[in-house]
Design a protein. Sequence first.
Length: 160
Amino acid sequence: MIFGKRLSEYVAFCKPFLVLVPAIGLTRLALSLAGVSNSTTRWLSMTALVWVAVLIYSVRMHTRRFGTYKHLLVVCALLNWTAQAIAITGIIIAIATGTNNVFSSPEFAFGSDGKTWSHLAAHLFIGTTAGSIIPWLIGSLILLLARKVDQSGSQVKSVA
């Protein structure tokens, strides 16, 4: 149980993006390993999908009465961790083969060699935490706005 809900409930709530994010990431990785340029594979963005999901699920958290801010944190973490798992897989492949891919190229590793254990560790520790907390903070603001808009709409209806 996580904040009073089973993991399966969270997965069911955000399942479309829990499938879509890794599907896009694996496609991006496969294209990169097949030799497609980074300028092309960058259009398949797990990060963009996660942000779209944060927007959608922050509103749905309220409209579906699924939960509160703490429940949104679990959803954000699940979405982020699926993306991080694919990125970490790409980095491990790069380390093992000595060949860069879209997840290890310098342009995606702050200009440094991305096929390193330190890059992998950064994804494992910083990416999984900051990559969950930052979207959760933004999502919490969206959830707050959704609640405020709903409350003001309810007040207008009750006056009329």
